[in-house]
Each structure stands twice: as C-alpha cells, then as structure tokens.
Design a protein around this ligand. Sequence first.
Ligand SMILES: C[S@@+](CC[C@H](N)C(=O)[O-])C[C@H]1O[C@@H](n2cnc3c(N)ncnc32)[C@H](O)[C@@H]1O
Length: 241
Amino acid sequence: MVHSSETTAGIKPNQYDEHAEQFAAHMESQPYNVLYERPATRELVGDVAGLDVLDVACGAGALLEDLTASGARVVGSDASQPMLDMARQRLGPDTPLHLQDCSAPFPWAHDASFDLVVMALAYHYLNDHASFLREMHRVLRSDGSFVISTHHPTDDLRRLGGSYFDTELNTDIWGTGDPVVSWRMPLTVMTEQFRDAGFLIERIVEPRPLPEMATSNPDVFNKLEHCPAFILFRLIKSPKS
Ligand SMILES: C[S@@+](CC[C@H](N)C(=O)[O-])C[C@H]1O[C@@H](n2cnc3c(N)ncnc32)[C@H](O)[C@@H]1O
C-alpha cells in the first residue's frame, strides 16, 4: 500500500462502489483478511446459534454467510450497493440487507432488536462515530455485545509516520491500485468514543496470524508477528447507560 495524508472534508460512504468486485476479490484472497483478521473476528464473535446478529458494513457478505451457517438470524447493511449486490448473490433472497451509511440513523432497525452487532474493518471509514455508536447502543439488547475490528494505531504509526496521537484522514492505495480514505486515531480517541456512547470494553484482541501464514506468506507473517495491523474490541452496554 502507498499512503498520503490529506485534509478532505470527510469520507464518501460509498467509496467502495467503483471497484467493488476488485475490493471483494482482494479481501477474499489477502492473507491479512483470510489468515489474520477474519479468523480473529470470528473467534471473538463466538457462538451465535439462535442469536439476532447485525453485520454493519458487511461488504460482500463472507461473515454473514458464516454466521448464518452457524445458526444466527442475520441482517446485513453496507453503504455500497455493488457490495450489497455481491452479498445478495452469496446469501440468496431471504437475508435482509440494507443500503445504509453507518454515520446516519438506522430507521429500519428497532430498539433492542439485536443480541450482537459486528463491524469488521470499517470503523475507520466513518464520518460520525458518535452517531453510529449511539445507534448501535440503541439497537442492542441490554445484554448484547458489539464486536469491532479496525486499523491498529501502532500500525498506522509504522506505515504513516507522523505522531501516534494524530487524528486525521489518510489515503491508502490498495493492491488493486484504488485509493481508499480512512481515519487514523489513537486508542484514547477510540476508547473515549466507546465510553461516551455508553459502552464498556469487555475484551481487546491484538491478533496473531494463523501459523500457516508462516509458509504461505512469510514476509507478511514476520511483519504481523512484529506489529499488529488490526485491533479488535468486544464491547458491552454499560449498566449505567
Ligand atoms: C474493508 S471492507 C469490509 C467488508 C466486510 N465487513 C468484511 O470484513 O469482509 C469495508 C466495507 O465498509 C463499507 N463502508 C465504508 N464506509 C461505510 C459507511 N460509512 N457506512 C457503511 N458502510 C461503509 C464498504 O462499502 C465496504 O463494504
């Protein structure tokens, strides 16, 4: 990936539209996804049999498919129609899928209607984290959980330089050649966003790559064993909220 810092007014929620198929194929073949983030997120999500699960920014639906096969009743949403079209092809007609910018209200989602919300690799794209977290707090049941995976700020520091404490927009040029804009922010900013919205952190995971990556992609393996690329949180609703 190539990087540059910029100060645009915000991030287009549908920035995945134009090259959605390449992005989806990229995520389904990259060791960062297949042998690293996805297994770690799946493990943190745990047993979902019988649960009502909302996958926000679900992309082409790989996790939705897994959760459905594991016995969850799933609903997906994403801000990119082409990504949702791929999820629809994968999941068939029965899974509810919504075109939804996570920074906007979720009018179709009822209060306290989900046991679990998952957001894999999209928190760094939001323009309004406070609104998003407020909505997820609203739609979760009182004993519900919220699993988030996102860029690890120490990896942002390694890749982008500058200060660990910077909160700013950056543009990555993906292996597909396409620019993708995301936020970098320190852990203090993220965790205070969670706290301000009424969440407590139940677990933090700094994933390690699956052992098979050592032979399939030794360079990536060595990099990830040195510095985590992603960080995962399992949040619960604070009893005080
Ligand atoms: C890296 S992909 C991850 C997709 C999926 N969660 C996965 O792990 O395979 C990021 C996804 O976030 C979606 N996205 C980006 N900004 C968004 C926003 N503001 N609201 C909703 N979805 C967004 C993109 O369309 C894309 O499908």
